[in-house]
Design a protein around this ligand. Sequence first.
Ligand code: NAD
Length: 473
Amino acid sequence: MANMSSLRAAGGSTRWTRAPGAVIAQIAEGNQADIDRAVAAARMALEDGPWSRFKPSERQAVMLKLADLVEAEFDDIALVDTLEMGRPITMSKLMKSMVVRALRHYAGLATAIHGQTMGNSALVDLTSFTLREPVGVVGAIIPWNGPVFCAAWKCAPALAAGCTVVMKPSEKGSLTPLRFGELCLEAGIPPGVVNVVTGHGAVGAALSDHPDVDKITFTGSCGTGQKIIAASAGTVKRVTMELGGKSPNIIFADADLDLAVPAAGMAIFNNSGQVCSAGSRIFVERAIHDEFVARLVEFGKTLKLGHTLDPATQIGPIVSQGQFDRVCSYLEIGPQEGVHVALGGAALRDGDFGKGFYVAPTIFGGAEDGMRVAREEIFGPVACVLPFDSFDEVIARANDTVFGLAAAVWTQDITRAHRAVKRIKAGTVWVNHYGAMDPAVPFGGYKMSGFGREGGTEHIESYLQTKGVWIRT
Ligand code: NAD
């Protein structure tokens, strides 16, 4: 990896980047002046630079080259993500396919952008058609729980559409987005097209109300998203939001428990629950509730918590002290609200675990829908198991949340599965699976989980605008 210390902020500020429990690098702490410079570079590249003259096939070629470079270097990239934000190395390496496929998928779409010709009934003879044009300079503000993944998923469709990007990575996951920016240059994407400004929330805020930014694409928490929406109103930016969730995972009595139990476990414990679509509310039909909980507890006990660089480790630490404290507070709130702890329920502080921020996989039984632990996004390895008695009841309870990011249904009854899919208010519904994603399939939120889609043609559409053209014939 390149020497990140060569990248300087306008104000000369730097800060230490922390792995969960240790310092690993020093990087620039950007400010308003850096955002101004980056936005000016992005504007120049969009309007006057070589990028503005790139043909679709040329955009495609450099994106395919970028995919090759990212693929070739992915072991190093995965290592840096793991060091910085604590996802176990084996899990970080598994992100390779999703990152590289996104770049190649949207490279493919770069040559498939087209307008339409439409008949019209104007009083004089006029031909009318549409042009699809890049929306402009894009501000991409991303979280820490998938640094390189989010960088690639934000930039790929934007580049395919011909936009330029100013990316603001999370202060807890900046290193691989920085490397991604360098690889863009190595791939032949001209300077100024992909700009990365590191720093805290104030840097993202400077992007959100910047008069020369045309669109903000944000992935992160609901509260930050609300601030960005408000900040962007003054300049009427296009905005897309990928926010949080409290996703229901519904297990009917006829489910194949050999599949459903481990899937439900990993749906909440993977990445220590720091996944936007984590299946944190597990609704289990009463007839199998006790058996399911017993099997889920047994599955949870098999998970290997450990050092993030140990390939056998399945569960790593929480990303930071602040996030760790937040998750631990919910471990106290749950029992105070009356749940019983079926598994875990505590931080791991003994021995080497005490050097990081480890929380045991936790299952709360006896939870009720109104409890905070069953309503609020914990963003930790904490599941509430909630029994149910009927189809209509569980659908209503699954939908009784301000969020609507994802859901899953486990049943052998195809009619029931289809009925559930239609009635669940969420942007993604998996049946007899949890967590599949692909760049060809839209992903995004209903309700307060956001708007706009990442993946699918809707994603590239969100980086395009339409011009209606009339020509007197
Ligand atoms: P966060 O909202 O704290 O931070 C996200 C980004 O916003 C960071 O880069 C941060 O520096 C920046 N930021 C903070 N304050 C800002 C402000 N006022 N203006 C502009 N930018 C600002 O979120 P996080 O803790 O990094 O990530 C966790 C959250 O992200 C969870 O809620 C999770 O559900 C959500 N998430 C959603 C998806 C999805 O696809 N829906 C994916 C991953 C994570």
